[in-house]
Design a protein around this ligand. Structure first.
Ligand code: NG6
Ligand code: CA
Length: 512
């Protein structure tokens, strides 16, 4: 009997689908995102001034990426892109979120949490949020903080609402400020609430850590912050206790959810300013508090791994360790990060850091670990936090609607360290906000596009020479990782190709 070719094709397709379904895997997933951690800040990436044994263990037993990126050189746009799989520059209001920011990710947007939730995952975010809370009017601090993580796919959240240098210093658990006494309501605003309200300016001599720029409004725990607040005294935390709290809450949540596949976004505040380690970590490095909070971060990683071991989840859990932007020394407080630096190179061999589109702004530590599944190794494949949603969807058999996650690529095979697996062939890097400055990496080529007139990464050498920065610059990272030797006019063919490619990625509204 002759079987019609069309039937053979459908039979093959059916078998392929069945195999695919069968091969869908649902490991637990923990994404540990550090804050402001640079490429060279941990010993697995070459730091010698401090040791990070737990993160190093992940690197030793898993894949350590040399071209692992976050998508922006500030926090909010990286986190926006990580959750939604869409470049932040495509959306308004995705720059650094202020204390009273409304929710940045609008309900109805698919996120890494909603996508994994659709295939049976329990999902949580514990730690720094910094993606706004509430509707267009901003957060209703004394009521329900909706929309928030729960309206975009997270089953549970335990949050620091913005950054700890922004007010208020309270935890939010599932849409409510934790331990808020209704008799002592929380007020948050941009202006001094009364003439005698103590601030970092009026009471500067009482501060336990001085500010250097900004950060001179309301004082809490001897530290003045960005923005003003009053009330909620019973709800306020100590800066020193944040890391312990994230670890404690994570351990409880993991234990409660260990029977389902789970996704935990462990969003550390270390090493963001104000860098105030717990007393037991103060002074453990020669680098000052900036180094001490790196060791504290490493301790958190160790504790999470202990929890996995205790609950016998090690072989069924994938960990991704990454950062939200590159390093910065003085980010507004006098914690002597620069003065104590010695020969520590926070961005490793790269130029720039936080706020910058140089490699140092977005190329960061990036490690994947899954006991028994990921073979140990070092990978030069290009991967980015923006790819985690498509990659995890691919792994778990979840579907992404065509109009969502517009810039996320499935690079799971590269993340798993499979032989011959490819990462991205191009990546757009952005600084803060929307349409300021971009980087485009394609292979070893790096294009810089400077659109912003007052770019924070205006080149030092241009400033000194009092010249303008060319809008476009081109570098060959294989020979010039520091992006010093501009080849834009020397290699016109590549320059034009990358210029057009970047333009097309921005204009077309999607790259997937
Ligand atoms: C800046 C702050 C900086 C930091 C940053 C956000 C000043 C002068 N600087 O505006 O201290 O908070 O915003 O950092 O206020 S991020 O990692 O969350 O993007
Ligand atoms: Ca950050």
């Amino acid at each position: 009997m002759r079987i019609p070719p069309a039937l053979i094709v459908s039979a093959v397709a059916l078998v392929a689908t069945a195999l695919n379904l069968q091969s869908a895997e649902k490991p637990n997933v923990i994404v540990i995102m550090a804050d402001d951690l640079g490429y060279g800040d941990i010993s697995a990436y070459g730091a010698t001034s401090l040791r990070t044994p737990h993160i190093d263990q992940l690197a030793r037993e898993g894949q350590r990426f040399t071209s692992g990126y976050c998508s922006a050189s500030t926090c909010t746009p990286t986190r926006y892109s990580f959750l939604t799989g869409t470049y932040a520059f495509r959306r308004p209001n995705t720059g650094i979120a202020p204390p009273n920011s409304p929710a940045v990710v609008k309900p109805g947007t698919e996120t890494i949490a909603s996508i994994l939730g659709s295939v049976g995952y329990k999902t949580a975010v514990i730690g720094k949020w910094h993606l706004g809370l509430g509707g267009p009017e901003g957060p209703d601090w004394n009521g329900e903080l909706k929309p928030g993580p729960r309206e975009i796919g997270f089953d549970y959240n335990f949050l620091l609402p913005t950054t700890n240098d922004r007010v208020p210093q309270v935890y939010v658990e599932n849409s409510r400020v934790l331990n808020l006494d209704p008799k002592d309501p929380l007020w948050v605003g941009n202006e001094k609430p009364s003439d005698d309200h103590p601030t970092g300016i009026t009471h500067r001599d009482t501060l336990k850590m001085d500010w250097s720029h900004g950060h001179n409004s309301t004082i809490h725990n001897g530290i003045s912050r960005i923005g003003f607040y009053t009330g909620a005294h019973a709800a306020r935390f100590r800066d020193e206790d944040l890391a312990d709290e994230w670890v404690k809450q994570s351990s409880i949540w993991i234990e409660e959810n260990k029977d389902d596949p789970f996704f935990l976004f462990f969003s550390s505040h270390d090493l963001h300013v104000p860098r105030i380690p717990h007393e037991r970590f103060q002074g453990v490095t020669s680098l000052g508090y900036r180094g001490d909070v790196i060791v504290q971060l490493d301790w958190c990683v160790g504790e999470l791994m202990k929890t996995l071991k205790r609950l016998d989840l090690e072989e069924n859990t994938m960990i991704v360790f990454c950062s939200d932007n590159g390093p910065v020394m003085d980010d507004g407080y006098v914690d002597l990060a620069l003065e104590n630096l010695g020969n520590h190179r926070a961005a490793g061999p790269y130029t720039g850091g936080k706020y910058s589109i140089y490699e140092g702004g977005t190329r960061t530590p990036f490690i994947t670990w899954w006991k028994g599944k990921i073979q140990p190794g070092v990978s030069d494949e290009m991967v980015c936090t923006i790819d985690l949603v498509a990659s995890l969807a691919g792994l778990t058999g979840a579907k992404i609607p065509d109009d969502q996650c517009l810039d996320s690529f499935d690079v799971m095979d590269a993340l798993l360290g499979k032989k011959g697996a490819k990462g991205r062939d191009h990546l757009v890097q952005q600084d803060n906000g929307r349409g300021n400055n971009y980087g485009l990496r394609v292979g070893s080529w790096k294009l810089q596009r400077h659109d912003s007139k007052n770019a924070r990464n205006v080149l030092v050498e241009a400033k000194l020479a009092n010249t303008k920065v060319a809008q476009y610059r081109l570098f060959d990272l294989s020979k010039d990782p520091e992006e010093k030797n501009d080849l834009y006019n020397k290699n016109k063919r590549v320059a034009q190709r990358l210029t057009a490619q970047l333009e097309s990625i921005i204009e077309s509204g999607r790259s997937r």
